[in-house]
Design a protein around this ligand. Structure first.
Ligand SMILES: [Fe+2]
Length: 212
């Protein structure tokens, strides 16, 4: 303890510490621990089984990849929001319909009908099983009580606010959010699912009540 206090007081290693912080920020490290496996960032505490899966996958993948480290899977950047939603810079939560048996069940249990804010993702690539998921907003009021029980710790994203930077999408003015998230996909057949909704509903959007 003495040694640590002396070290802090003398500020002898301050520049070294600052360098480490800068390196972490440049690699978008925002969780402890964060591991890099063959250039792929794995944030947060992971079980040995999950880590083994990523290591085995990277070993297999590198047999066919061109550049070790830099060529791990794929890096996709999405604009995030469609121009049809002007002003949307971060997802918002929404209520699920309560006019059927689901509503009766929720009322009987005294539960609300809100889904915490999230973005939907569908990732597909030849040779990998299609992955469909949602990434949730950590500070949503309903993050701990999703009506659909869809939230897990690994599906909570890090939406970062940018207040004084130009947004990559030209139609977004003012503050905006970015989200970086790594999906680990399993080797297998790539198949696209049939969309459960095939058309767009006509008429006015129905108003869905919010249960307290
Ligand atoms: Fe949704």
């Amino acid at each position: 303890m003495d040694q640590l206090s002396k070290c802090i007081d003398s500020r002898e290693t301050e520049s070294e510490v600052n360098q480490s912080i800068q390196l972490g920020q440049s690699l978008t490290v925002n969780q402890t621990p964060t591991l890099f496996i063959n250039g792929r960032s794995v944030g947060g505490a992971s079980s040995w089984n999950d880590l083994k899966f990523v290591i085995d996958y990277e070993i297999e993948y590198q047999k066919t990849a061109k550049n070790a480290g830099e060529d791990c899977g794929c890096d996709v950047r999405l604009p995030g929001f469609a121009p049809s939603q002007p002003g949307s810079v971060k997802p918002a939560g929404y209520p699920i319909p309560v006019d059927g048996p689901t509503g009766e069940l929720l009322r009987a249990q005294g539960r609300h009908n809100m889904r915490p804010a999230h973005l939907h993702f569908l990732a597909s690539k030849d040779g990998l099983k299609t992955l469909i998921s949602q990434i949730y907003v950590a500070d949503d009021k309903f993050i701990d009580s999703d009506v659909q029980f869809g939230v897990t710790r690994h599906l909570i994203g890090d939406y970062v606010l940018h207040e004084n930077e130009k947004a990559p999408a030209p139609d977004v003015k003012g503050p905006w959010y970015s989200l970086r998230h790594d999906f680990v996909m399993e080797p297998g057949a790539s198949k696209l699912p049939r969309a459960p909704i095939s058309g767009k509903a006509q008429g006015e959007r129905p108003k869905i009540p919010h249960l307290a």
